[in-house]
Design a protein around this ligand. Structure first.
Ligand SMILES: [Zn+2]
Length: 221
């Protein structure tokens, strides 16, 4: 009896493994067909279920969210900081990717829209500081936070073009309106999609940034 159960258990286990593998392969196939490089998804440990949620908006991706001023090529740094611990506003996990410039100056680097889209939210948030959120046509919600200032006045519902100046990389946030200087200047990028269960389901922006790394815009001024 015991041996029989063990055998059954092994059989089920093997089945589950095979099914898991199959699912993995299918989602990788979908990514490949959509022209999405899979390496950064694997590097960031993104589940195959989550990976499929990027497909709808992948074609909307046009520009790296930070531009470099003048003709000087600046470097930007980001790593896979998904779910790193954060303490401000209670214990929580980091739902985004932080990008730093080679110069730690607030108000220096232009932040541009990654996609065409519509402004969904704009203004101050205690955590995000001066932020703007743009929904692309494929349903991705791109959240740009900690801006030092906006490029112009934005209103909710207005259309935005990919590459358009949204504002400047800064260090606003972690307090009441106008708070700055609580952390080194950086751009926090968040990406959210609507799923059947959640209105705002957070995705790791790391593979998106990796993909856009070479698509940087130059600003002449
Ligand atoms: Zn962040």
């Amino acid at each position: 009896m015991g041996r029989c159960l063990l055998f059954l258990w092994l059989l089920l286990f093997a089945d589950a493994l095979l099914l898991g593998n199959l699912e993995e392969k299918t989602s990788l196939g979908v990514l490949r067909e959509a022209g999405i490089p899979q390496e950064s998804f694997q590097e960031a440990g993104i589940s195959s279920e989550d990976a499929l949620l990027y497909v709808e908006f992948w074609e909307d991706l046009e520009y790296f969210p930070l531009a470099f001023p003048c003709s000087r090529k600046e470097e930007f740094f980001f790593e896979n900081g998904w779910h790193d611990k954060r303490n401000y506003g209670g214990e929580r996990l980091h739902e985004g990717c932080d990008i730093f410039g080679s110069q730690s100056i607030s108000g220096y680097y232009p932040v541009v829209s990654i996609t065409d889209g519509v402004v969904e939210q704009v203004g101050w948030l205690p955590l995000g500081g001066w932020r703007i959120g743009i929904r692309s046509s494929g349903g991705g919600y791109f959240y740009y936070a900690h801006l030092s200032s906006y490029g112009r006045k934005f209103t909710e519902g207005e259309k935005i073009n990919a590459g358009e100046l949204l504002g400047f990389l800064g260090d606003s946030g972690y307090g009441t309106e106008g708070t700055t200087g609580k952390f080194p200047p950086h751009l926090h990028l968040g990406i959210y999609v609507r799923t059947e269960k959640e209105e705002e389901y957070a995705l790791n922006p790391y593979p998106v940034l990796k993909f856009l790394q070479e698509k940087q815009k130059i600003f002449f001024y």
